[in-house]
Ligand binder design. Structure first.
Ligand SMILES: Nc1ncnc2c1ncn2[C@@H]1O[C@H](COP(=O)(O)OP(=O)(O)OP(=O)(O)O)[C@@H](O)[C@H]1O
Length: 408
C-alpha cells in the first residue's frame, strides 16, 4: 500500500531552483513581444491600410516553428483592433482539422458560435460564414494558423476552399471586406499546390519570420529566466551557453524556453544549487531527439522506409554508416519483405533528395577506384533513432510491422 504522506513529502520540491516555473511555459502569454520590431511594423502597415480603404486579400506569414509568428501577429492585431472600431480580428487554428469541410466549419464556429452539420456541404458553411460576417464591422482580418495542415481530402481540393474564401459569390455580393492572413511554416503555394485561378486572387504580401539569433533569444529569454528562477540559479556562462546552442541548433524560442525549464529540473534533481552547462547539455540532446522523432513519425511511408534502409546495416551490433544507394536498395529487397518495400533505385534516389532537403540525411560523392564514384549517405542524427521510432511508426502502418518483427 502506498504511504501517501511519504509519497507527497518525497516528491515535494524542497530545493527547487525555480520561483515561477510556469513563466517558462511556451504557452504562457509573455508580457511583451520582443525582437520582432520589423515584422510588427510590416503587420501594422498592412492593418493601417484601412485608412486608405484597402486591406490585402491575403497576407502570408511564414517562418520556421517557434519564431513568434502567432504571438506577434495576434498581439499586433489585437492592439490595433482595440484602438479601431471599424475592424475586427478573428483567430482560428486549423491544426486539428482533418478535412476542408471541418476547417470551414471551424471558421464558421469562431464567427457565429455554431457549427453546421455535414449535410450543409462546403457551400452551406460558406453561406453561414458570409451571413455571420455581415454583422461584423466594416473590415475583418481572419488569422488562419497552421494552414499547412490543410490537405487534399476526398471531397474537396484546397483550391476550392481558398477560391470560396477569397472569391466566394456570397462575399462579393454582400461587399464584405475580408483579409485572410495565413500563418504557416512554409510558403503557402509550395505546400498546397494551389491552382492558378486561386493564386491570382492571393496577394503577394508576405511577412517572413526568420529563425532567432543569439541576440534575439537573449531579449526573449532573459526576462523570463530571471522571473522563473531563484536569484543566481542560472549563472551567466550557463545562460550564454544555452542561448548559443539554442540559436545554433534551432533558432526556436519555444524550444529555448523548454531547454531552460528542463535544465532547471535536471539541476534540482541532482541537488545542485545552480544550473550547470552539463544540465543544459543533456537536455539539448533530449530536445534534439524528441524533435527528430516527431519528424520521423510524420514522414510519408516511403521516406521512412528508405531511412530504415539507410540505418539497417549493422556490423558487430553497431549501425554501419555511410551506405550507398545500392545498399539501401538491397536492404529493401530482402526476401522476407513484402512487395511494397521493393522500391526501384530511381525512386530511392528521389526520396533521398527529399530527405536531404529536410535535413535528415547528408550525402557526398566518393571515388571508389574501379567501382567508380559513389554517393555516400549518412543520417544527420543518431541512426538508432530510426530504429527507436519504428514501433510507433508501425502502429500507424501495417507494412512496417514486418520490419519490427524481423528486428525482434
Ligand atoms: N518575439 C517573442 N517575444 C516573446 N516571446 C516569444 C517571441 N517569440 C516566441 N515567443 C515565445 O515562444 C512561443 C512560441 O511562439 P509562437 O507560437 O508565436 O511561434 P510560431 O512561429 O507561431 O510557431 P509555430 O510555427 O510552431 O506555430 C510563444 O508563445 C512565446 O512564449
Amino acid at each position: 500500500m502506498t504511504d501517501y504522506d511519504d509519497l507527497f513529502t518525497e516528491t515535494a520540491p524542497d530545493d527547487s531552483l525555480f520561483t515561477a516555473k510556469g513563466v517558462l511555459d511556451p504557452l504562457a502569454d509573455p508580457e511583451e513581444v520582443r525582437a520582432r520590431e520589423s515584422q510588427e511594423r510590416e503587420l501594422a502597415t498592412h492593418l493601417n491600410g484601412i485608412h486608405d480603404e484597402y486591406l490585402p486579400p491575403t497576407v502570408s506569414i511564414h517562418g520556421p516553428p517557434g519564431t513568434g509568428k502567432t504571438i506577434t501577429t495576434r498581439r499586433v492585431c489585437r492592439e490595433f483592433a482595440a484602438r479601431t472600431e471599424s475592424i475586427a480580428v478573428e483567430y482560428v487554428n486549423l491544426k486539428e482539422c482533418r478535412t476542408l469541410f471541418s476547417a470551414a466549419n471551424e471558421i464558421y464556429y469562431e464567427l457565429s458560435g455554431e457549427k453546421k452539420g455535414a449535410y450543409a456541404g462546403l457551400d452551406g458553411v460558406f453561406e453561414g460564414i458570409w451571413n455571420a460576417l455581415e454583422e461584423y464591422p466594416e473590415w475583418t482580418v481572419l488569422l488562419l494558423d497552421e494552414i499547412d495542415h490543410i490537405q487534399q481530402d476526398t471531397n474537396y481540393d484546397p483550391s476550392d476552399f481558398f477560391y470560396r474564401l477569397l472569391r466566394g459569390e456570397g462575399k462579393l455580393a454582400r461587399g464584405i471586406n475580408l483579409s485572410v492572413w495565413l500563418l504557416s511554416n512554409e510558403l503557402l503555394e509550395v505546400d498546397l499546390r494551389l491552382d492558378s485561378r486561386v493564386e491570382s486572387t492571393m496577394s503577394d504580401e508576405t511577412v517572413f519570420f526568420p529563425p532567432y539569433g543569439e541576440e534575439e533569444l537573449v531579449a526573449i529569454l532573459e526576462p523570463r529566466v530571471e522571473r522563473a528562477f531563484r536569484d543566481g540559479a542560472v549563472p551567466e556562462d550557463a545562460f550564454e551557453y544555452g542561448i548559443r546552442e539554442a540559436a545554433r541548433r534551432w533558432g526556436d524560442a519555444r524550444k529555448a524556453l523548454t531547454l531552460f525549464r528542463q535544465a532547471g529540473e535536471t539541476a534540482s534533481e541532482r541537488g545542485l544549487d545552480e544550473v550547470t552547462k552539463d544540465c543544459l547539455e543533456v537536455n539539448l540532446e533530449t530536445t534534439d531527439r524528441d524533435t527528430t522523432m516527431e519528424t520521423l513519425l510524420d514522414l510519408p511511408f516511403n521516406h521512412f522506409l528508405v531511412l530504415t534502409g539507410i540505418t539497417g546495416w549493422k556490423r558487430g551490433g553497431e549501425i554501419r554508416q555511410p551506405v550507398t544507394t545500392a545498399k539501401v536498395h538491397e536492404f529493401l529487397h530482402q526476401d522476407e519483405y513484402p512487395e511494397e518495400f521493393s522500391l526501384s533505385e530511381r525512386t530511392i534516389r528521389t526520396l533521398l533528395t527529399d530527405l536531404e532537403t529536410m535535413g535528415l540525411i547528408e550525402t557526398w560523392i566518393e571515388s571508389k577506384g574501379r567501382e567508380g564514384r559513389q554517393k555516400q549517405i549518412e543520417t544527420t542524427f543518431e541512426p538508432q533513432w530510426v530504429q527507436d521510432a519504428m514501433t510507433d511508426y508501425a502502429t500507424e502502418s501495417t507494412y512496417l510491422k514486418a520490419i519490427v518483427a524481423n528486428e525482434e
